[in-house]
Design a protein around this ligand. Structure first.
Ligand code: AMP
Length: 287
């Protein structure tokens, strides 16, 4: 595996690969690799000839007072993990390679970026959309891989690619979880042992929502109320818990078709997010 730190060197390397008719898969990350990241790398390894993983803690997607400075960083460990997963190139640029002096352009997505994470983290998706656009322009992959764990991010990225005519296929991979259901996240490292036990509350809320719909409940407020109640025993209060259309993220009143149940909650100093997709037919599903 090669570690590359400049745009120019990455472009030169990938131009050679492209001219040899080799396909390129890109996995954008912020590092602190866990099995969720590895699942994306392995998928890319199966599907592409050349696997590029970018490791860049993107400052523009962090708000003031968020965890940019303290975000877990361990490039040596990440490089070993990526190598083990069969990655060919680790692109780990310094911040001023991506945002040189004078940088002043942002990619801003409309309504999709406003609710859920967008409401809690103003400007977050401008930072995500901008850095992903840059990474896609730099690496020009055939396919780029993202996780369903960040469902809104995946939708935002798909929208950017469509709206800006970026020639890439976007693949969204399933959320990898701990045995108790906690979604793997670099931010789980912030959890003290007692907090780690409480963090299962997010998955419990999603389980409860899934069960309520399976039992025939179609009223979104009723499902949300049950899901919130499932978090109470863990002393975890959601920042938001929303039932929304899985394509537009517009709130739903009745569950009909595919919906996304998305939530965020603080556990100790960790801010955690999770979601599940639920499909139900309003007419047939009536108890
Ligand atoms: P991050 O380093 O947190 O920006 O994540 C990099 C990529 O890994 C994003 O596309 C995430 O959605 C994805 N990812 C993060 N956690 C998981 C997980 N538990 N399962 C699957 N994909 C994940």
């Amino acid at each position: 595996m090669r570690t590359i730190r400049t745009i120019r060197e990455l472009r030169e390397h990938l131009a050679l690969e492209r001219s040899a008719q080799r396909t390129i898969g890109l996995v954008p990350t912020m590092g602190a690799f866990h099995a969720g990241h590895v699942s994306l790398m392995e998928r890319a390894r199966r599907e592409a000839d050349v696997v590029v993983v970018s490791l860049f803690v993107n400052p523009t997607q962090f708000g003031a007072g968020e965890d940019l400075a303290g975000y877990p960083r361990d490039e040596a460990r990440d490089a070993a993990t990526a190598q083990e997963a069969g990655v060919d190139v680790l692109f780990a640029p310094p911040a001023d390679e991506i945002y040189p002096q004078g940088f002043q352009t942002l990619v801003r997505v409309g309504d999709l970026a406003l609710p859920l994470e967008g409401a809690q983290r103003p400007g977050h998706f401008d930072g995500v959309a901008t850095v992903v656009t840059k990474l896609l322009n730099i690496a020009r992959p055939d396919t780029a891989y993202f996780g369903q764990k960040d469902a809104q991010q995946a939708l935002v990225v798909r929208r950017v690619v469509r709206d800006l005519d970026i020639p890439v296929r976007i693949e969204v991979c399933p959320t990898v979880r701990e045995p108790d259901g906690l979604a793997l996240s670099s931010r789980n490292a912030y959890l003290a042992p007692a907090e780690r036990a409480r963090a299962v509350a997010l998955r419990k809320a999603l389980d409860t929502a899934e069960r309520a719909v399976a039992a025939g409940e179609r009223d979104a407020t009723a499902v949300a109320t049950a899901a919130r109640a499932a978090m109470a025993p863990y002393d975890v209060e959601p920042e938001y818990l929303a039932l929304v259309a899985s394509d537009t993220l517009a709130p739903v009143d009745r569950i009909d078709g595919e919906i996304l149940v998305a939530l965020a909650a603080r556990v100790g100093r960790a801010r955690l997010i999770d979601n599940t997709l639920i499909t139900a037919n309003s007419v047939n599903g009536r108890p």
